[in-house]
Design a protein around this ligand. Structure first.
Ligand code: HEC
Length: 453
């Protein structure tokens, strides 16, 4: 028979593991959860409005934290958890959620500072480490006083005399107050201009666009309408825009910088230029202030050529039309993979009227589809990239099917104007329908092929 103190120890163990009426303290129980799931954004000078790095800063937010945890608003995550597994899913475990809620309900006590685990260290500077090369947009850009939204393109030379494989990319906004999101892509020295956008009617994509006085591009209202591009068989418009081989990296609300798997990298050839696309967004309330930005990108080079070049496919439908007041307008777009591939990540992109997004694949010769990602309640304020936990093998000939819905009704609280028919356009008040896909061309065994040697 075990000695008495065995039972006592077992009782203590079960109390601390399961009994939430035991006293929960910040130092011992809560700080480790916040360090793991929250402080990456909630530390000074990052995207969240307040720091949760220590008791003094977290305590005033206790009720708000409880609320955010109960409503599952934080940490931000928008994929349907019953479909697929994602490497960057920050969701708290049920036990962690219960601890936080019980901590607040018990009065959000501090406990013993000696119980605190070491706090994570966040570098003030580059998150990817010291870059091998840094490029900025070449000027202190004066963000227009009156513009609530501004898309600006900057093209700068790399002066690379030889090509480089890039392992990590970090875009750092010069001014976080006004940079909503930004992309940087590679312009190859001899890139053919807009070759992808030619149409059978010999019109280029640009012919369908209007440029307003603020420099932003919009779909012309009289352009053909194709909401169901997957089912479209008509001859005369370029319904499928697939581009993006040059995309290098993005700064997106809520997303860490791009660090590629060690066996992949992106190629920048000698003489290439870098093209920044920056979406500036100003609150109308501070529209009178004088605001400048000088966004930079830092690159880390791969030590050796990668096993698989990382590729990106941008799948867009730019010919949709979303009638005024409609609560659920479906828009589709499809693309076919023309080589055996491994799919690594998916990023849906819409604006304020975006409602939900589904990404399915249909393998060649099959009639059924498999959903890879469903975002049931899209939120423009969070542009998340969903990193597949395990790469999905896509045999050559597989069709990617994207089905997005838009809510242009007055019930959509983000809708700036339910009385207008909406088409493609760069301002947030217009819409987009894009899926950004990271993939490599590789056989089914992919990264593990020949791993034994
Ligand atoms: C990816 C970045 C990110 C992560 C991770 C994150 N937050 Fe946030 N949080 C934000 C941003 C940005 C805001 C302000 C915008 C908003 O409220 O949507 C915010 C707002 C909040 C608010 C205020 C909500 C309100 O009612 O105004 C609370 C409370 C909060 N976060 C708690 C947490 C907690 C607790 C965690 C971890 C369990 C967490 N956050 C993880 C970025 C993040």
């Amino acid at each position: 028979m075990p000695p008495r103190h065995f039972y006592f120890a077992a009782l203590l163990l079960s109390l601390s593991a399961f009994d939430l009426s035991a006293e929960i303290t910040y130092s011992r129980d809560i700080a480790p959860i916040l360090y793991q799931h929250c402080t990456a954004c909630h530390h000074p000078n990052d995207i969240a409005p307040m720091s949760l790095m220590d008791y003094k800063s977290a305590r005033p937010w206790a009720q708000a934290i409880r609320q955010a945890i109960l409503l599952k608003k934080m940490p931000p995550w928008f994929a349907d958890r019953s479909i697929g597994h994602f490497a960057n899913d920050p969701t708290l475990s049920e036990a962690e959620r219960q601890s936080i809620v019980a901590w607040v309900e018990q009065g959000a006590k501090e406990g013993e500072p000696k119980d605190l685990p070491p706090a994570p260290a966040y570098t003030e500077g580059w998150r990817i480490g010291k870059p091998d090369a840094i490029f900025d947009i070449g000027e202190d850009h004066l963000v227009k006083e009156t513009a609530v939204d501004e898309y600006v393109y900057f093209t700068v030379p790399t002066h690379f005399t030889e090509g480089h494989w890039v392992q990590a990319v970090e875009l750092r906004p010069g001014n976080r107050e006004v940079v909503h999101h930004a992309h940087v892509s590679v312009v190859e020295p001899s890139a053919p201009k807009a070759a992808i956008h030619t149409t059978t009617a010999n019109k280029s994509f640009a012919d369908y666009l209007l440029r307003t006085s603020d420099g932003l591009r919009h779909m012309r209202p009289e352009s053909p309408v194709v909401n169901d591009a997957c089912g479209y068989t008509g001859p005369d418009i370029d319904r499928l825009r697939i581009a993006g081989e040059g995309a290098l990296g993005s700064y997106l609300p809520g997303m860490p910088p791009d660090t590629y798997r060690s066996d992949t990298a992106k190629w920048i050839p000698a003489g290439a230029q870098l093209r920044f696309q920056i979406h500036y967004h100003r609150e109308a309330s501070n529209a009178k202030e004088f605001v400048t930005d000088r966004t930079r990108v830092g690159l880390i080079f791969a030590a050796a050529p990668p096993r698989y070049p990382l590729r990106r496919m941008d799948v867009d439908n730019d010919f949709f039309s979303i009638p005024a007041g409609v609560a659920e307008q479906a828009v589709t777009q499809c693309a076919t993979f023309n080589a055996d591939s491994l799919l690594l990540s998916i990023t849906p992109h819409m604006h304020f009227r975006g409602k939900d997004a589904r990404f399915e694949i249909q393998r060649p010769g099959q009639t059924t589809t498999e959903t890879l990602l469903l975002v049931p309640q899209y939120d423009f304020n969070w542009q998340l990239k969903y990193l597949l936990q395990s790469p999905v093998f896509i045999p050559k000939g597989t069709r990617l099917i994207m089905t997005f819905h838009y809510d242009n009704s007055a019930n959509n609280k983000f809708n700036p104007d339910p009385a207008r028919t909406i088409r493609w356009g760069e301002p947030s008040e217009e819409e987009m329908m894009s899926g950004w896909i990271d993939y490599i061309e590789a056989p089914a065994c992919g990264f593990t092929c020949g791993a034994s040697n």
